[in-house]
Design a protein. Structure first.
Lengths: 420, 431
């Protein structure tokens, strides 16, 4: 492709209305777009957006972060025709605006005066023309407004600027307009960078994309990062007294179903302490496949360590050791899907109906003990099948647990609002 | 609307390039030539695969050069890596070429830079061009080859002229099919709208010396830009620096296990790191699982990695992995990571991602003798003290196959790969 020709064309208007606030798209030879966006769920509506940048352009000043709350929870998601995982291309190979991208970008319309301001996506029959005709005020007509702070009535864009240490921080009145040319050390980006966001609603699904910018966020890269989505979970740290001997009176039953319900109905939108929902198991023996569970905490005298045991229709996956727990970049972004084998819920001594070695997804069979080890992350797949109901559940609450140190008994949980 | 000028070679900021030695590779500023980033390695047997992210749409962009030396990064302290550039910084970010770090670049075959280039103060530098090192009488020739002026090629003898045309420590790349490609052939299309991964498999150093298992190598990659004749070559700032140690697999195959059976890999017996052909049958005082003690702490005397399967009436298909109790050997589950994220998911690990193996303190490893259930699609780290050294490695278990489903007497098959490494704490995949 002849770069010179494109460069002469330079920045190309993407918006329909040619309003002053419409973003211009800058060709890749002038402004490189971000890549590899992924999201860490920090719990209780806080998320961290992580992407990779390679921006040393003199005029580079930061990134515009666009967010939207999807019409219905669940992933993978699609927003304005853009599927999760794909990048938004504002210009085609010839440097011409992509019409479909206008509609997609317009779905990311942020309103800072309305709570978090992440709008739900427009309906499929929405048109930019309709929007323009119905809105007269110049500022409100902005088709795609990135997340930003305000200084009085002035929008501070881009959304964020590099702090020189891997974090993208909200643009301030003091540094608005500063570029790499002003401070190479501070604003240039060569590697991973992250942006933190709070105020999302647990159980809703949000999608984000990022664009590199020039000129106070008004000129953007021709391609975005991939669109990444997240469905925030509740966060709660609980101290659990792990048994240190095979004294069954110290074994515990973790009633996740009751706790999940308590979280979902809490007035403050946060999970309460589980209290007696994490209580003594009340049994005199190690639990087995036919016990209801959902999850027991026991001590195995065979391996001389505390263990988790799943009851009937529930399962546990040990995802292994993660030095930084839920913040570890190598932690899988989603729980493995459990496909429960009906035979795995039978008694272990029922030789007529022995099941598989494990449930699909690496989940344990009910009644099997899983070692509680320091630094490990576990996923508990919790079903809602009532006792006596012999149907095999297909949907589960995937509750995540990080055991930082068994000696203290402190376990961090991430609890989803809905079954998957 | 802002208009942008075309990027032309002549307009690029070639920093402080000595006009009298225009054949020396100059360093282009980061805004003029985007440096590669995110360089990581994949450990192979006698090979190292490099992967990096690139976004290069510069008009005169020609590709990449891959530099390698047979030393760990920490071994490049003589001559010293530059003041102000900690190992951590070199591992994570780009480095310009200037007098501050001349010694570092010399180790990779760049000519030294004359003192007096003070424009490279930490990352503040935007100009960092080199000057000729008259003392070394090096000059750039042809497509960028560095030769001593007396005429002795620094590249391997007997190679084609165009293959010689590279600085001394520039290595050749292979593709997955094993075909040698020049680094310049790794060039991207003229315009790339997103970060794109580049791959280079290195099998030998620039002088033709094959990479050896157990030797640690340091690599970096730079983008290059040149006119069509390669008369003027410019290199970008570097990628981050990475090191890797090619490693051999000490076992790769399928293990078949019956109920009540114990098999192990005797790690005290790896003299010469000769790969094992099979696991060893463990002895049991009794055929019953109680006799094999499969479900209790592993206290067997033979040091090794064990797979044991329950028999009798309780969960007869269940299998455990364990290491013998003691202070020599320990295991740690790293999770369901048996396929390279770059590849589509597949059943078994011919391609296996590594991780940051936990450090030598062993504090994070399992309690000695602990049994972990084997469900398949799992990676375990292990650390073992043998033959006077601490080694690290990985045990990879692919998807488990039950010969006759739902039959407790049926044998199970485990595709297993065991890799021995020399050091922890580096992010590696391995093949």
């Amino acid at each position: 492709m002849p770069l010179a020709g494109i460069a002469v064309a330079g920045a190309l208007v993407v918006g329909c209305g040619d309003k002053e606030s419409d973003p211009d798209a800058v060709t890749v030879d002038e402004l490189k777009g971000p890549g590899k966006l992924w999201i860490q769920d920090q719990g209780d509506g806080a998320v961290t957006l992580n992407w990779t940048g390679s921006n040393n352009e003199d005029d580079f000043d930061g990134y515009n972060v666009y967010g939207v709350k999807t019409a219905a929870p669940g992933q993978p998601a699609t927003v304005g025709g853009l599927a999760e995982g794909n990048a938004l291309q504002l210009l085609d190979d010839d440097g011409e605006p992509v019409e479909a991208a206008k509609t997609t970008l317009a779905a990311f319309n942020y309103n800072p005066d309305n709570g978090l301001g992440l709008a739900a996506p427009m309906s499929d029959n929405f048109s930019l023309q309709d929007a323009a005709e119905g809105e007269e005020e110049e500022e409100a007509e902005f088709e795609a407004l990135p997340i930003h702070k305000k200084n009085g009535e002035e929008r501070l864009l881009p959304t964020c600027k590099h702090d020189g240490a891997g974090k993208c921080m909200d643009t301030t009145a003091a540094n608005e307009g500063q570029t790499v040319e002003d401070n190479n050390t501070l604003y240039a980006v060569n590697g991973p960078i992250s942006y933190s966001l709070t105020g999302l609603k647990v159980g809703s699904t949000y999608c984000f994309l990022v664009l590199s910018t020039f000129d106070r966020g008004e000129e953007v890269s021709q391609s975005s990062s991939n669109m990444a989505c997240v469905t925030p979970k509740y966060a709660k740290e609980v101290a659990i007294t792990l048994p240190t001997s095979d004294d069954a009176s110290t074994f515990l039953k973790l009633d996740f179903n009751a706790w999940i319900d308590a979280c979902a109905t809490a007035a403050d939108g946060k999970c309460p302490d589980p209290g007696t929902m994490f209580d003594e198991a009340g049994d005199t023996a190690a639990h087995k496949a036919s016990d209801p569970g959902p999850i027991y905490v026991e001590y195995s005298d065979n391996i001389e360590q505390p263990v988790f045991v799943a009851g009937k229709n529930h399962a546990i996956a040990d995802l292994g050791y993660y030095e930084s727990g839920f913040s570890d970049p190598t932690l899988p972004k989603s729980a493995p899907t459990l496909v429960l084998d009906k035979n795995s819920t039978k008694s272990p001594t029922d030789t007529a109906a022995r099941g598989p070695i494990s449930n699909q997804g690496g989940y344990s069979i009910a009644g099997q003990s899983i070692t509680i080890a320091a630094g490990h992350v576990y996923v508990f797949a919790i079903s809602k099948v009532a006792e006596g109901d012999e149907s095999v559940p297909e949907k589960f609450h995937y509750v995540w647990a990080y055991v930082a140190d068994p000696a203290t008994g402190k376990v961090q949980f991430r609890i989803p609002k809905d079954q998957q | 609307m802002k208009r942008f000028l075309a990027l032309s070679f002549a307009a690029l900021a070639v920093a402080a390039c000595d006009e009298a030695s225009s054949k020396d590779p100059a360093t282009a500023t980061r805004d003029a030539l985007n440096p590669p980033s995110g360089l990581v390695t994949v450990t192979w047997d006698k090979k190292v695969e490099l992967r990096w992210q690139a976004m290069n749409a510069e008009e005169d962009f020609k590709g990449f050069r891959v530099f390698a030396v047979a030393k760990p990064l920490s071994g490049l302290t003589a001559p010293a890596y530059p003041a102000g550039y900690s190992l951590e910084k070199l591992r994570s970010g780009s480095v310009p070429r200037c007098d501050q770090n001349s010694a570092l670049f010399e180790a990779f075959g760049f000519p030294a830079i004359e003192t007096g280039d003070k424009e490279c103060e930490g990352d503040e530098a935007t100009d960092s061009g080199p000057a000729a090192d008259d003392a070394k009488e090096l000059a750039l020739n042809g497509k960028g080859m560095l030769v001593e002026e007396e005429g002795t090629d620094t590249a391997a003898e007997g190679e084609k002229e165009d293959e010689e045309a590279l600085p001394p420590q520039v290595v050749k790349c292979q593709n997955e099919a094993g075909t040698v490609v020049s680094t310049e052939q790794l060039s991207l299309p003229a315009a790339v709208p997103a970060l794109t991964e580049q791959v280079c498999i290195v099998t030998a150093l620039a002088d033709g010396t094959a990479l050896a298992n157990g030797t640690t190598y340091t690599f970096f990659v730079a983008a290059i830009m040149a006119d069509d004749t390669f008369e003027k070559v410019e290199v970008s700032w570097t990628s981050n620096f990475v090191e890797d140690t090619p490693s051999t697999k000490i076992f790769e195959g399928t293990v078949e296990l019956d109920a009540g059976e114990v098999l192990y890999l005797p790690l005290e017996d790896i003299a010469g790191k000769t790969p094992f052909t099979d696991f060893t049958e463990g002895t049991c005082s009794d055929a019953a699982p109680e006799g094999c003690k499969i479900y209790t702490l592993n206290t067997r005397s033979e040091q090794g990695i064990y797979f044991g399967r329950l028999g009798g009436g309780w969960y007869p298909q269940r299998t455990f992995i364990s290491a013998t109790a003691g202070d020599k050997l320990a295991l740690l589950l790293r999770g369901p990571q048996t396929h390279d994220p770059r590849d589509p998911p597949k059943a078994i690990a011919t391609t296996v991602p590594g991780d940051q193996a936990a450090d030598g303190a062993k504090a994070s490893y399992d309690k000695a003798g602990t049994l972990q259930p084997v469900y398949g699609n799992q990676v375990f780290d292990f650390t073992v003290d043998i033959q006077g050294a601490t080694h690290y490695g990985k045990v990879v278990v692919g998807l488990v196959e039950l010969a006759t489903p739902d039959t407790d007497t049926s044998s199970v098959k485990y595709p297993i790969t065991v890799l021995l490494q020399t050091a922890p704490n580096t992010r590696h995949y391995f093949k």
